[in-house]
Ligand binder design. Structure first.
Ligand code: HEM
Length: 358
């Protein structure tokens, strides 16, 4: 069957597609950064249980306190890109979501259990003692499972040729396991996530845990080692992912598409620079290099999506019927929401001061 016949008609856009593309590319890396911090925090809280010394217990405890917030940030920062990706690619994403509906719906109970366990790990840290390491391990594994479900969906939505399997298996239980890119893509995502997560832990230890110098030192050391060694490993995993792409898509990064090649070149240079600052344990310099690197990798990932969809779909060709009022309302709410968040953050120091006086 011709895969194009399986693709539903795309909905009309209410503004030029560039608006939605811009907002998707702005918000998705924010979800990634929060997700990375969440996974890295869970990993290092777990690993610290294996080190002898009170400072490592205190490090796990400090990270346990941050984890529930990071889960909430990851989920909330996932909503915005989910909306924008649905506007641009909804007819593809809805289809792949239906094909794997059982696993997709399972994300909600899995997340609820992981979130609940993260609170248990935080609130009962002292009572759990060393058993806490099994709780945090379970949290980490459940969150990694959620990431795996996402990688399946994001890779299946760009592979309409795999959809006809539904006629033989219509129960919503399809994954994308036969896709040669899936494992490399997922491992590339997770290696990067745990590396950047290690960097976030170092920053958290350096800034938030600085009143406990031994704990802060332990956090910076483990976090930067995690960042640097996993980034080194990423050179191998990333190359593997690149080589699993079809020749047409790979060619985009090798001069076939000027912008994609520029992303790749700049990304590689930034990754090498982070290795230097990472192994030197220069936390802030590494953060400044890593944030643009995460953005560049998201742009590359988007170029992979466009490359795979090129024979079937181009959002730039979808018909547009401009409705300014929803966009205007969205932009006003966005600015208002951001102002509110900034105001709340500015209130934090005075709240902390009055809590200490009480
Ligand atoms: C809390 C656990 C979560 C983890 C570990 C996680 C992890 C990931 C990973 C690894 C990807 C990339 C998949 C790939 O391209 O191969 C991804 C993409 C995505 N995630 Fe999450 N995610 C989580 C929760 C969520 C939630 C709750 C939402 C929505 C409310 C969400 C929204 C998205 C969206 C929209 C994308 C794709 C965006 C795009 O393709 O442009 N995520 N996530």
């Amino acid at each position: 069957m011709n895969p194009s016949n399986l693709i539903p008609v795309a909905d009309t856009l209410t503004a030029h597609w560039g608006w939605f593309q811009f907002l998707l590319m702005l918000t998705f890396p924010l979800h990634l950064l929060a997700m990375n911090a969440m996974l890295g925090t869970a990993l290092i809280a777990f690993v610290a249980h294996f080190f002898p010394g009170q400072q490592y217990r205190d490090l796990s405890h400090g990270l346990a306190k941050a984890l529930p917030f990071l889960v909430a940030f990851t989920v909330n920062l996932g909503v915005a890109p989910l909306l924008f990706v649905n506007v641009l690619y909804g007819h593809l994403l809805y289809t792949s979501t239906v094909l794997m509906g059982l696993f997709w719906l399972a994300v909600i109970p899995i997340l609820i259990i992981a979130y609940y366990l993260a609170y248990i790990y935080d609130f009962s840290f002292k009572r759990l003692g060393n058993a806490g390491m099994f709780v945090i391990l379970l949290v980490l594994l459940l969150l990694l499972l959620v990431g795996f479900v996402f990688s399946n969906n994001m890779s299946m939505m760009i592979a309409p040729s795999s959809w006809e399997r539904w006629f033989a298996t219509p129960g919503g239980s399809l994954l994308n396991l036969a896709d040669p890119t899936l494992l490399a893509r997922y491992l590339h995502m997770i290696t990067g996530a745990l590396a950047v997560g290690g960097l976030c832990v170092s920053l958290y230890a350096q800034v938030v845990l600085k009143r406990q110098p031994l704990v802060a030192e332990a956090g910076v050391r483990i976090g930067m080692q995690c960042f640097s060694w996993l980034t080194l490993l990423q050179l191998v995993v990333g190359t593997w992912f690149l080589l699993t792409l079809t020749p047409e898509v790979l060619k985009r990064f090798m001069g076939g598409d000027t912008l994609a090649t520029a992303y790749f070149g700049a990304g590689l240079l930034l990754a090498l620079a982070t290795l230097v600052t990472g192994f030197r344990r220069q936390v802030l310099a590494t953060v400044w290099l890593t944030v643009p690197l995460v953005y560049l990798m998201s742009f590359m990932r988007d170029s992979v999506r466009s490359g795979y969809l090129a024979p079937y779909f181009d959002p730039a060709k979808v018909s547009v019927s401009v409705q300014w009022s929803p966009l205007l309302l969205f932009l006003i709410s966005l600015v208002g929401g951001l102002a509110l968040v900034v105001w709340m953050l500015m209130q934090l120091p005075s709240l902390k001061k009055s809590a200490r006086q009480d």
